[in-house]
Design a protein around this ligand. Structure first.
Ligand SMILES: [Zn+2]
Length: 309
């Protein structure tokens, strides 16, 4: 169903909170998977924490619970515990560190004098949630690499999705619920290059000794309950044989405090778990050929051969 590559040895860790880090290119289903895993007991979904500094602290965008970040009681408490409160100065400092150390091109040999300070901000934040396990769906392999290198207890779930479906999704116009502005759009060639780069970076992370479990979005949606149960067990999360919030192709989601992510982070209540195959008719032949070419051979490695995966 999925593969896991685990470190050869586990060193003593200073963190008390385990981090399930969802990696992959955007529009690959990480927000849905985060919301589902966040329904498990003892697990708290935080959203894309990499964007907290800019979108939450500085821009005061909405938390997943529907109120502006500064007004959310959950995040206010986390900020006070971790940093004595959120401040513009803190956010700008972390963003400056991010620009210096958190870069995809550094994954092959990550080392920088500011790396420890950058990772410490995340460690303090995770620990301040008071949760046993948090989910950070920041997606970028580079942040996961920074955290793993600095000894944060991270298990990466690498989510892959058919690049033709991802390219079709990035090519569509979607409004951001936060401010009504359109989400970033990429053409198929650009998406294909990012898909290859991000997935290759996550593959490299596994080879550098990180715990990486690879899951195909299509497998999750083909059989949601059993796939989620098996994944939860693989990650060491408590999950009985039946998940009370999943029934066949229907799931029920409670409120969450995801700080950033795609629009479904605001969804509360019933959700249908069906895969979106609109790319099969919506992505033109020329675009499909471009994506097929630019995503080989990783596309084949993940089993995306024909029209349907
Ligand atoms: Zn909130």
């Amino acid at each position: 169903m999925f593969t896991t590559r685990k470190p050869d040895s586990v060193t003593d860790r200073a963190s008390t909170t385990r981090v399930i880090y969802l990696g992959g290119l955007g529009r690959s289903g990480t927000t849905l998977l985060e919301r589902l895993l966040g329904e498990l007991p003892g697990v708290v979904a935080l959203g894309e924490v990499v964007h907290l500094w800019e979108r939450g602290v500085l821009a005061e965008e909405l938390c997943g619970c529907g109120v502006p970040f500064p007004a959310c009681a959950f995040w206010r408490q986390v900020g006070e515990r971790a940093f004595g409160g959120w401040s513009r100065r803190l956010a700008e400092r972390v963003l400056a560190l991010r620009y210096r150390v958190d870069r995809t091109r550094r994954i092959a040999r990550i080392a920088h004098p500011d790396l420890a300070e950058y990772a410490r901000a995340y460690r303090l934040l995770y620990d301040a949630t008071d949760a046993q396990v948090v989910i950070d769906s920041s997606k970028h392999a580079s942040l996961a690499c920074c955290l793993v290198t600095c000894g944060v207890d991270v298990r990466v779930v690498h989510v892959v999705r058919d690049p033709r479906a991802v390219a079709h999704s990035w090519d569509r116009t979607v409004a951001r619920p936060e401010d009504g502005r359109p989400m970033t759009r990429w053409g198929p060639a650009r998406t294909a290059l990012h898909w290859t780069a991000q997935n290759a970076a996550l593959e490299l992370l596994a080879r550098r000794g990180a715990w990486v479990t690879t899951v195909r979005y299509e497998d999750l949606l083909a059989d949601p309950g059993p796939t989620l149960t098996a994944l939860a067990r693989e990650l060491g999360l408590a999950a009985g044989p039946e998940l009370p919030f999943v029934d066949g192709r229907t799931a029920w989601l409670g409120p969450s405090h995801t700080v950033s992510g795609n629009p479904m982070r605001f969804h509360v209540g019933r959700v249908e778990l069906r895969r979106d195959d609109s790319w099969a008719t919506g992505l033109g032949d020329g675009d499909r050929r471009v994506v097929n070419t630019l995503t080989w051979p990783l596309r084949v490695r993940y089993g995306y051969w024909g029209v349907a995966a």
